[in-house]
Design a protein around this ligand. Sequence first.
Ligand code: VG1
Ligand code: CO
Length: 543
Amino acid sequence: MSIRKVSTTPLSDQKPGTSGLRKAVKAFQQPHYLENFVQSIFDSVGDLRGQTLVVGGDGRYYNRPAIQIILKIAAANGIGRIKVGQKGILSTPATSAIIRKYQAIGGIILSASHNPGGPNGDFGVKYNISNGGPAPEKVTEAIYDRTKVIDSYQILEAPDVDIETLGESHLGETVIEVIDSVHDYQELMESLFDFDRIHQLLSGNFRISIDALHAVAGPYAHAIFEQRLGAPVGTVQNGTPLEDFGGGHPDPNLVYAHDLVDILYGENAPDFGAAFDGDGDRNMILGRKFFVTPSDSLAVLAANAKLVPGYSSGLAGVARSMPTSQAVDRVAAQIGIESYETPTGWKFFGNLLDARKATLCGEESFGTGSNHIREKDGLWAVLFWLNILAVRQQSVEQIVREHWQTYGRNYYSRHDYEEIETAPANTLIERLRSLLPNLKGKQFGNYQVEYSDDFSYTDPVDGSISEKQGVRIGFTDGSRIVVRLSGTGTQGATLRVYLESYEPDPAKHDLDPQQALAPLITIVEEIAQIRELTGREQPTVIT
Ligand code: VG1
Ligand code: CO
């Protein structure tokens, strides 16, 4: 086997977004495209000789060929050992857990998360660092800078490695270890949650329904809920990862996980339902005929954390992304712990977790997680809920309603305008930015603007500053409007509008969120001129 040095031309379109480099599969299939990016990672992250690297993906189309390329480039770059998920399967949270457990230098996760898969779908590469978390901005910037000047990569000329069978083999000097995709992750879950109690719950009358949307969480859900925790076979639907996710969007929300929603809102509905996204890091929680918003879910987990073994000694602090509702802040205030507000994207939680400033973190986009790893974690969130349900012996709806009684209800909704044209999307944001200085104090119906800014974040641990993270308009009654452009789409632009209002009065906790938020929807339309500038009458997805 020999190492081949291949000349490439530098590229200019490999800037990582909110969550790694995400492009159409067809882009990744261009000659040298993946190679260019992978070599740029290896060139940017320090000395890899003798180190351990973790590699796996969500099973989407191009997962296997990409893994072969990565293994050969990694071997040519002198990496000591590579742990690869069997069949190329590793969820994002499992990868994070494995990096930490085996003190790997990092990991490469092949996923475009919730974006559709298949030959005409999307593909993605995420690099995670030694704490198990997404590479912070200074690392992704370094990788991007490298992609623009790199002129060659090194690859081992060797036959493909068998990644279907567990065990060790050699690729040149590098040990390739094909590992069970679930084992290490399940062990970590057992250390955090009361599995006996959840087992009792699931083998009684309490029924759950889990939809893996044909994506990576399937094998984890089968192993943990059905084989370990006593839920009947059939509890997990769509549990075999498919290269095209069965043609769907593996996005756990009310629109894309509608089959599960139909089950939970149908006749003889089970007590609990959950769905996950493509790479298993996000979750949607449903009760019988009841939807838990991700922001509320985070707040409920924080308020009940002491019921769960792994968190019984309490929380150091909590953190939420800026557009996430302020529900968790109210819990933090009551417990007397800090609540941090970060830009969108899990990478911003890493420092807070490492510095033990925060224990639980969450995003409005169905992501929740904790200091057990450095990624958001879909299955973890479900186990957390099940542990709380097993202890409290109440329904999901009862738990959330009691929560609102104690803390008040934060009505919340996100409106997405997907695949709009890039130019008008940018115009909309630029125009909005230019209006910000004049909004303060302005009256819109009953709402008066208290502050308006483009969110800038100073990391409390390393002092790094991230600017222009989303336009916020806050009103004197605690309501908020946030507008930003997505950093994960691959077609045109996606405009996200986040709406939040606060209602302390339990007599008013039964409104439909779209109704409760209607005045804010009118206000954002007026200020941002969404219809005029995007040509869209309404959002593509409302959650
Ligand atoms: C979206 C979500 C964000 C999440 C990101 C990655 O980003 O809004 O909260 O962290 O996806 O999630 P954006 O830039 O499109 O709004 V995932 O499941 O792709 O790892
Ligand atoms: Co994801």
